[in-house]
Write a protein that binds this ligand. Structure first.
Ligand SMILES: O=C(NO)N[C@@H](Cc1ccccc1)C(=O)O
Ligand SMILES: [Zn+2]
Length: 156
């Protein structure tokens, strides 16, 4: 099957810190393809490797309007590997988030509205970008998963 089982709250994999990717090989490309299929099948806008039981520092952002997020901006899916956050605006925005690992739950979370980030593509090339709004929110949500943090730990 092209889709992978999604870990849900209580599974230890969701609490662990992900490990940096060092081998940019075919297995990695295959994992990212399966993550994208899993994300699309679940009508998500983002997914992190720990959610499909992989401890690698990998996530995908794929914002697009769907019934779960009708206002989500349309973007081409981005594979993010070994990310770091270089700068975060002090200005925060509260927004409603869901998590594929916490079914049927929406939680209001305060996040920086603008961030400058660095990451590698699936081919190992370094990118640096400034993200804003909902896409910045998705990045921060997925980045949290790589630190073993979910919405439940961020809820006020
Ligand atoms: O669980 C995940 N990603 O980890 N998926 C979330 C991503 C997300 C992030 C931020 C705001 C809204 C939604 C989803 O509902 O598609
Ligand atoms: Zn999540």
């Amino acid at each position: 099957a092209l889709t992978l089982p999604i870990a849900t709250t209580g599974e230890p994999i969701l609490t662990r810190v992900a490990k940096p990717v060092t081998e940019f090989n075919q297995q990695l490309v295959q994992l990212t393809q399966q993550m994208l299929s899993t994300l699309l099948a679940a009508k998500g806008v983002g997914i992190a490797a720990p959610q499909v039981h992989s401890n690698m520092a990998v996530f995908i952002m794929a914002s697009h309007p769907n019934e779960r997020y009708p206002d989500a901006p349309k973007m081409d899916p981005i594979v993010v590997i070994n990310p770091s956050i270089i700068e975060q605006s002090s200005q925060q925005v509260i927004g409603e988030e869901g998590c594929l690992s916490i079914p049927n739950t929406r939680i209001n979370i305060a996040r920086a509205d603008q961030i400058t980030v660095k990451y590698q593509t699936r081919y190992g090339q370094w990118q640096q970008q400034t993200l804003r709004g909902f896409v910045a929110r998705i990045f921060l949500h997925e980045y949290d998963h790589l630190q073993g943090i979910t919405l439940l730990e961020r809820e006020q």
